[in-house]
Write a protein that binds this ligand. Structure first.
Ligand code: WTA
Length: 658
């Protein structure tokens, strides 16, 4: 199992919430007692007080068909109405919703009234294109306001979006379109990334080129395109967003849908080659993200300027760029580009420009700024910041302390938030005005959430024991299934531990340990899922991609420690005998790395790739990834006695040393 790292020494460092912060905090310590006294009643209260229900619910949780949960099942609501119209009706139409900053320096500001109007029009456009309740719409857009408008418009008419990160390849996009049987794709000509136009529409064309697809139309937002290049166009199928939207009505009345109406599918890597379509529904999800966004980020919507740097292509972009903040009527910054374009301090210039008060970012970004040096953030005035958040991977205490000192001016609390695509919203986190913060630990389950550290039989462990993270009770934002694959849903998440009288226990796939105070430390994935820059990648998916290359006979992929990105992809490949010459020629490893980037996406490109003669295997034929990881991380080799051929591993390790 997982071992504690040296970092655990940091558990003795503690930062109390500043007194002034605690005095004005949204979340008080009494939340814990309230939730503990009547957990379901607590969630029902949250759902009623945070959301507008078209029809009030009378039933909180139906767990009778576990693990298929229903929350607030007899209630009806409209997710987009909750994020838009009701704020306007409450007199906050002039409050800014989106402060959008394009990478080249252009910007747009949309108030709640303006955003509501745009979404109404887009909802009418979707209806005009034949999209109905339950239909799936794929969204493949850069970080521009239309990404948010499109998501909310889909939600408004009760349809289901599947956002595909713009960095994914045509092949990955096609697989997701097919799995969800999407009728419509919403994309842009291109977006700006690293100072250049990064094309998107051509990937959609390539995705739809081969064979029949369920896609009837491709709606294209005009954003960025090189002057000297032609944009391919398929008449009848392709439509310009700006031309179509000009033809529809501005008025649209939001209808209430069942609380369990599907809201979105988001694909995430699992332990097999095929990504899983994680399904989220409406009422429970929105309750969970609104509650956590308000309490964990201490949101004062009248005065705060919130910025989550996540892309809408990931779950953080769904829960804490779109649904949580907008349900709470927040004012938020949206940024299109990379953190260091065109200048290394771009992020910090944005904080200063908009007076950002709450910043939510990934440890990998913090570590790369750390590496670049504190002079860069110090060129900007960061004094508006009052709270910092971290998500996506464990934040090492060193990065935590740097974040607090250099970015937070030694004054801001930090919330290290643990959650997953599957959990929908934050599960473990300090409450910033209540919890004394411990660098490197996500600390405690939020009020209303139950989390345990258990052994592999599902038995709760004591303090100072390492084990697996488990969630014994259902929660409102939980995934409702894997799209089209109920068996995989049961097998992956609900079958690891024996069921209890209260029902099955959720297996998160993370190792964890409680320290002597009972605070939770996350220890990384225990399965074959890697975490690169806070993004999940599957070893099996990259292996099967490598094997699809004509030169490759066999491949093994491991996630090796990387100072900046947390983990990095390292691949070991055996070439087919008849292609040995090509595979050993100069440039071959780059060709194979590029093959992974073009078939999955640039984030999956191996940092290193080694052509080897053999892979270390057990006598039963299983690849010993642990040994490959040891070698990739330059550690002395662990126990090799179970290998069929112990010399194989030594040969690989020697290769790596050179
Ligand atoms: C990891 C991202 C430690 C974890 C929201 C989890 C974390 C996976 C943290 C989910 C954290 C996320 N500390 N590890 N604060 N947050 N993780 O689905 O391994 O992209 O299982 O969701 O990221 O990644 P996902």
């Amino acid at each position: 199992m997982v071992e504690a790292t040296d970092d655990t020494r940091a558990e003795d460092l503690v930062f109390d919430p500043p007194a002034e912060f605690a005095a004005n905090a949204v979340a008080k310590g009494s939340l814990y007692a309230d939730a503990a006294q009547d957990r379901l009643g607590f969630w029902a209260d949250q759902a009623r007080s945070l959301l507008h229900w078209h029809r009030p619910f009378t039933q909180t949780l139906d767990w009778s068909e576990a693990p298929f949960a229903k929350w607030f099942a007899d209630g009806k609501l409209n997710v987009a109405y909750n994020c838009l119209d009701r704020h306007v009706l409450a007199g906050n139409g002039d409050r800014v919703a989106l402060l959008w900053e394009g990478e080249p320096g252009d910007s747009r500001r949309l108030t709640y009234a303006e955003l509501t109007a745009e979404v109404k029009r887009a909802a009418n456009l979707l209806t005009a294109l034949g999209i109905r309740q339950g239909d799936r719409v794929a969204i493949y857009l850069p970080m521009i306001p239309e990404a948010i408008i499109a998501m909310l418009a889909v939600a408004r008419i009760g349809a289901v979006h599947s956002v595909v990160f713009g960095g994914f390849s045509a092949e990955s996009l096609r697989a997701r379109i097919d799995d969800a049987e999407a009728k419509l794709v919403i994309t842009a000509d291109g977006g700006y990334r690293r100072g250049r136009v990064s094309p998107l529409k051509p990937a959609v064309d390539a995705a739809l080129e081969s064979g029949d697809s369920t896609v009837e139309h491709v709606l294209v937002v005009q954003r960025a395109w090189p002057d000297d290049e032609e944009l391919a166009w398929t008449d009848g199928r392709d439509l310009w967003w700006h031309e179509e939207i000009a033809q529809v009505d501005w008025e649209h009345e939001a209808q209430g849908f069942d609380a369990e109406n599907p809201l979105y599918i988001l694909y995430t890597s699992g332990t097999t080659g095929k990504p899983k379509g994680i399904l989220h529904t409406s009422g429970g999800y929105l309750t969970h993200v609104a509650y956590t966004h308000r309490n964990v980020f201490d949101l004062h919507p009248e005065t705060d300027v919130y910025w989550s740097t996540a892309d809408v292509g990931w779950v953080t972009g769904h829960s804490y760029v779109v649904y949580g903040p907008l349900a709470n009527g927040a004012t938020e910054v949206i940024y299109e580009g990379t953190p260091d374009t065109p200048r290394p301090g771009r992020w910090w210039e944005i904080v200063q420009k908009y007076g950002v008060t709450i910043l939510y970012a990934a440890p990998t970004a913090i570590r790369s700024f750390m590496k670049a040096g504190r002079e860069i953030p110090q060129q900007s005035d960061l004094s508006s910041l009052r709270l910092l958040g971290s998500v996506g991977e464990p934040i090492n205490p060193e990065a935590w302390l740097w974040y607090r000192e250099v970015i937070g001016g030694n004054r801001t609390p930090i919330v290290d938030t643990w959650w997953q695509t599957e959990t929908g919203g934050i599960m473990i986190s300090p409450l910033p005005g209540v919890t004394a913060a411990k660098p490197g630990s996500a600390q405690v389950p939020l009020p209303g959430i139950t989390v345990e550290v258990v052994d592999d039989k599902g038995r709760p462990l004591g303090n100072d024991e390492s084990g697996l993270l488990a969630i014994p009770e259902p929660w409102p934002g939980m995934l409702r299934g894997i799209w089209g694959d109920p068996q995989r849903f049961i097998d992956t998440y609900w079958s690891k531990f024996p069921a209890r009288p209260t029902g099955p226990v959720y297996f998160a796939g993370d190792g964890a340990r409680r320290d002597h105070d009972g605070d939770i430390w996350l220890l990384g994935r225990v399965d074959d899922v890697m975490n690169v820059s806070g993004h999940r990648l599957s070893t099996a998916e990259i292996e099967s991609c490598l094997v699809s290359h004509p030169w490759v006979a066999e491949a093994a992929v491991v996630g090796a420690h990387d100072e900046t990105t947390g983990q990095a992809v390292v691949a070991f490949v055996i070439a087919k005998a008849r292609h040995a010459d090509e595979a050993n020629a100069e440039g071959a490893t780059n060709e194979l790395r590029a093959h992974v980037a073009s078939s999955i996406g640039a984030i999956a490109r191996p940092r290193e790739l080694f052509i080897v003669n053999e892979l270390p295997k057990t006598r039963s034929g299983k690849i010993m990834r642990r040994l490959l990881r040891d070698a990739a991380e330059g550690r002395p080799l662990g126990d090799t006695t179970t290998l069929t051929d112990a010399t194989v591993m030594q040969a690989i390790a020697d290769r790596l040393k050179n």
